[in-house]
Write a protein that binds this ligand. Structure first.
Ligand SMILES: [Zn+2]
Length: 118
């Protein structure tokens, strides 16, 4: 492949870099990858923002930026949230059990009290 800016011949190694080694211009496929990164991060920021209502934008957890690491981070990020979802569901189950146990104790306690008073 040749650099679209200066026409210099790019080796495979040169193409893994974001810039042309001859003229220093950003290579088009890296520019596109960077655009996708920005888009994905923007979408994620909106999704994350929706999950943390009332959180100022500066305090919302960010997904790492970086060339070539975007999809990987996205997967890790999703995995992290799936794990958290499971934990939250388990916590909810425990809380529901405790709450219903307390609820029954209170009701039986009240019934017992009424029976004692009668
Ligand atoms: Zn060039």
């Amino acid at each position: 492949m040749n650099c679209p800016h200066c026409g210099g011949t790019l080796a495979l190694d040169d193409m893994t870099r974001p810039n042309c080694p001859f003229c220093g211009q950003v290579l088009p496929h890296h520019a596109r990858a960077a655009e996708h990164q920005v888009l994905i991060n923007k979408m994620l920021a909106q999704q994350i923002g929706a999950q943390y209502p009332g959180t100022p934008p500066g305090n919302i957890p960010q997904v790492g930026y970086g060339y070539g690491a975007g999809m990987n981070n996205l997967q890790q990020f999703q995995q992290f949230h799936v794990d958290q979802g499971f934990k939250r569901a388990r916590n909810m189950t425990v809380i529901m059990l405790v709450v219903s146990l307390v609820f029954f104790l209170v009701i039986f306690g009240a019934v017992g009290l009424v029976l004692l008073l009668l």
